[in-house]
Design a protein around this ligand. Structure first.
Ligand SMILES: [Zn+2]
Length: 262
């Protein structure tokens, strides 16, 4: 999150101008998290085009008759407008609590099939956990992250990893990343508790494991490092060495020990 939870009036997921009357911000210029430029319509066209190509290629390879009989059943989710099954309340990280963000604050996608995921973006809310949940549920906010980690280590998931959350203020980075908010303030060192670091590290380790993301500072970045951003989170009190170490430990613990030659 940025300085506050105020909507800066960019276009939303539908690509239509918001009714706040605020001018449309240029790409990455918003102050709040996830302010995203409005080029969604064009983007949607591109995605459908790509899926059509995928289906077309499959049909050419195996023949339409075979597709019609059986293969289509395996490829149904690649068809334009058809999504993977979504179970209400299901979370991507075990133990997380599901609280749905407003659908205006994210965009439906099929990651990692339509967009590869190779980044985790670390944020700080600049407010309480409750206020972060509230603004992510607010369609006027225009931004939200996939997860919020509370001071006590509680994790809430608000957007599925399948989908593109508007959290980085940069369309390309939104498409390729999972966004994790942390309750607190960038200038308050005490915001970042042991429980928060531990829980967040387990979450990031799981995300890295799921998508094959290397556990390093090139792939686990702060919002401040997103190109074009004017945000400073997570700020100088976020202990990156400690965090990366904890993520590595959690990754190692999650992976079965490899035997020689395996
Ligand atoms: Zn942020």
């Amino acid at each position: 999150m940025g300085e506050d939870a105020e909507n800066t009036g960019t276009t939303g997921a539908t690509g239509t101008a918001r009714t706040t009357g605020a001018p449309q911000a240029p790409e990455g210029a918003g102050r709040t998290d996830g302010v995203e430029e409005g080029r969604v319509g064009r983007d949607r066209d591109r995605r459908i085009g790509r899926r059509t190509l995928l289906i077309g290629g499959a049909a050419a390879a195996v023949g339409t008759a075979v597709l019609a009989r059986g293969e289509l059943g395996h490829l149904w989710w690649r068809l334009p407008g058809v999504e993977k099954p979504r179970v209400a309340g299901a979370v991507d990280f075990r133990g997380a609590q599901w609280v749905a963000a407003s659908s205006a604050n994210w965009r439906r996608a099929d990651r990692p099939d339509d967009y590869g995921i190779d980044r985790v973006v670390i944020h700080v809310t600049q407010g309480s956990y409750r206020s972060a949940v509230k603004v992510f549920q607010d369609p006027a906010h225009g931004a939200a992250a996939h997860y919020i980690v509370r001071e006590d280590g509680h994790i809430t998931q608000m957007i599925r990893e399948l989908d593109v959350a508007f959290h980085a203020g940069n369309r390309g980075y939104n498409e390729r990343s999972v966004g994790i908010e942390h309750e607190g303030f960038v200038e308050r060192a005490s915001s970042f508790t042991d429980a928060m670091y531990a829980a967040s590290a387990r979450l990031t380790a799981a995300v890295c494991g799921r998508y094959g993301i290397p556990v390093d500072r090139a792939h686990i970045i702060g919002h401040v490092e997103v190109p074009g951003t004017d945000h400073t989170d997570p700020g100088r009190f976020w202990d990156w060495d400690r965090y990366i170490r904890l993520v590595r430990q959690a990754r190692t613990a999650a992976e079965p020990t490899r035997t020689a030659g395996a």
